[in-house]
Write a protein that binds this ligand. Structure first.
Ligand SMILES: Cc1cc2nc3c(=O)[nH]c(=O)nc-3n(C[C@H](O)[C@H](O)[C@H](O)COP(=O)(O)OP(=O)(O)OC[C@H]3O[C@@H](n4cnc5c(N)ncnc54)[C@H](O)[C@@H]3O)c2cc1C
Length: 494
């Protein structure tokens, strides 16, 4: 097959670029060696944010751009992106109050066109935000940012790309590519069968995340490419620590910010760490000292201490960051770069380095701008206002969706309606279409996951394994018991 664009990597950047390109009329092939979002893009802190902390390093453009993107993502994916109040307890020894106030003032000012409220300072004794905290924490600030379901954001970008004509091949590795006149000749291998096939493309996007150098140098034979720093970040998930929808951002003695965020009604998400990484990015997992570090940060702030045995789940991801010469892993720039390798008269490869979940859409737009001179005139940018699948919710009012679902399918419980609305938006109706009773949803695999949903994920969203279903396409893995996981494995294997 012959394509305009071959995109390597089914993380947020690959999926976002494939979607944008397909919507501009290009023929696109996206290849992902594992499952969609199976690496960094499902291991983030799940913030769609300007990045208050980056102000300290004067990354003003990145913060401004991220704040704009936060608004856009809220509008195009109101089911996946949620407004959330963040409470920042003040500790005088770490940062002076005037510096925090100035940072928040700048943050508010940069996001002044936002629909999210401004920041404020307060005493914990007079605020419900202070209730779960230790008495030594007396003052704090609050500001608003967003959280999102990172892996579903990837999946729905890939879904939209496919609905606009892109071919999405998961479980397919990009093996190598060579330039042949004005085209790339590429070998793609189906990892399950081991069978390889050749495709040609006019341009390649290398969105392989932590493998970006391995793909560029090892598989595309390019001597170019910038120096990277791989940094691992880990999170723990513990039983819900406090009441309320607000999150906390704790300043630790090492000056890092650790977020404590309500997660899926029953849990609290805590992260992240920053550790230099030199190994293969594939099998990253949390180390015991990272768990202890995160427990310590939480226990210093909350009345209720947290210990490693409280941890229900943990995950780790690797960032591939531009090496800006900074010594501390947490201080390396989170900004992105788009490196174009396009020798005269030969087909281009564009590598994505660094970046954030928050800025994926604008990054995709800029990637196509860079490729346009090589691909010929493209349709204009379109993704800033086009809803992602399921995001076409009237007036963007998410809260109206779960009760509407409940009226259409009265046999669903309130929590079920909310979970399905969050995950699928208006597409939940497509999934449930034709069902008249609970029995029509079929067997329950735990965590509310029914056979109807598993079939939908396999048919419509490229889920291939129980792990895909339980941890990326849904988070039912947090509730599913071992026997239920076994049953799911057997069902998928059948
Ligand atoms: C701990 C942590 C916390 C973070 N928190 C936030 C946050 O709160 N907010 C935010 O905005 N950003 C956050 N980020 C950043 C964000 O998660 C990343 O920038 C983003 O997920 C990177 O996406 P990606 O598509 O570049 O990489 P990935 O998601 O890693 O995708 C790359 C894909 O390429 C595939 N691939 C590699 N080689 C091949 C090959 N040869 N053939 C086929 N496929 C291949 C891989 O399997 C992989 O799935 C965080 C990152 C980390 C690590």
């Amino acid at each position: 097959m012959s394509y305009d664009l071959l995109v390597i990597g089914g993380g947020i950047h690959g999926a976002g670029i494939a979607r944008d390109a397909a919507g501009r009329g290009l023929s696109v092939l996206l290849v992902e060696k594992d499952g969609l979002a199976s690496h960094t893009s499902s291991a983030s802190s799940k913030l769609v944010h300007g990045g208050l902390r980056y102000l300290e390093y004067f990354h003003l453009r990145l913060v401004r751009e991220s704040l704009l993107e936060r608004e856009r993502l809220l509008a195009i994916a109101p089911h996946l992106v949620e407004r959330r109040r963040f409470v920042l307890p003040y500790r005088s020894r770490l940062r002076p109050a005037w510096a925090v106030r100035l940072g928040l003032f700048l943050y508010d000012w940069m996001g002044r066109r936002s629909t999210l409220g401004p920041s404020q300072g307060f005493r914990f004794a007079q605020s419900p935000y202070g209730r779960p905290l230790q008495a030594k924490l007396r003052y704090g600030f609050a500001y608003t940012d967003c959280t999102a379901d990172d892996s579903r954001l990837v999946i729905l970008n890939a879904k939209d790309a496919a609905e606009r004509g892109a071919h999405v091949h998961v479980g397919h590795r990009f093996v190598r590519g060579t330039r042949d006149g004005r085209h790339w000749r590429a070998e793609i291998r189906d990892e399950a069968s081991g069978v390889s096939r050749g495709v040609t493309a006019r341009a390649i996007v290398n969105a392989a995340g932590p493998w970006v150098s391995e793909v560029l140098r090892g598989r595309l034979g390019s001597p170019n490419g910038r120096k990277l720093r791989l940094v691992k970040g880990s999170h723990i998930v513990i039983p819900r620590l406090y009441e309320g929808d607000h999150a906390y951002a704790f300043q630790h003695t090492d000056r890092r910010l650790v977020f404590v965020i309500p997660y899926l009604r029953e849990f609290t998400l805590v992260g992240t760490t920053d550790m230099p990484w030199t190994g293969d990015p594939g099998p990253a997992s949390i180390e015991p000292e990272e768990t202890e570090y995160l427990c310590e940060v939480v226990s210093r702030g909350f009345k209720r201490p947290v210990v490693p045995t409280d941890v229900r789940w943990s995950f780790a991801g690797i960032r591939a960051l531009q090496d800006d010469g900074t010594a501390r892993a947490s201080a390396i720039t989170r900004d992105y770069a788009l490196d174009l390798d396009a020798p005269a008269g030969l087909p281009p490869v564009l590598s994505v380095v660094g970046g954030k979940l928050t800025t994926y859409r604008i990054l995709a737009e800029q990637a196509l701008e860079k490729l346009e001179p090589h691909l010929g005139s493209l349709a204009p940018p379109w993704t800033a206002t086009a809803a992602l699948p399921g995001g076409d919710i009237t007036g963007g009012q998410f809260d109206a969706l779960p009760p509407a679902l409940g009226r259409l399918y009265p046999y669903l419980g309130e929590d079920e309606c909310r979970r399905l609305s969050r995950a699928y938006g208006t597409r939940a109706m497509r999934m449930l279409d034709g069902t008249r009773s609970r029995a029509d949803l079929g067997e329950n695999f735990g965590g509310g996951l029914t056979r109807l949903e598993v079939d939908y994920l396999r048919r419509e969203e490229w889920a291939r394994s129980a792990d895909d279903v339980l941890w990326r396409h849904s988070k039912a893995g947090l509730w599913a018991k071992p026997a239920e996981v076994q049953r799911l494995r057997a069902y998928i294997g059948r």
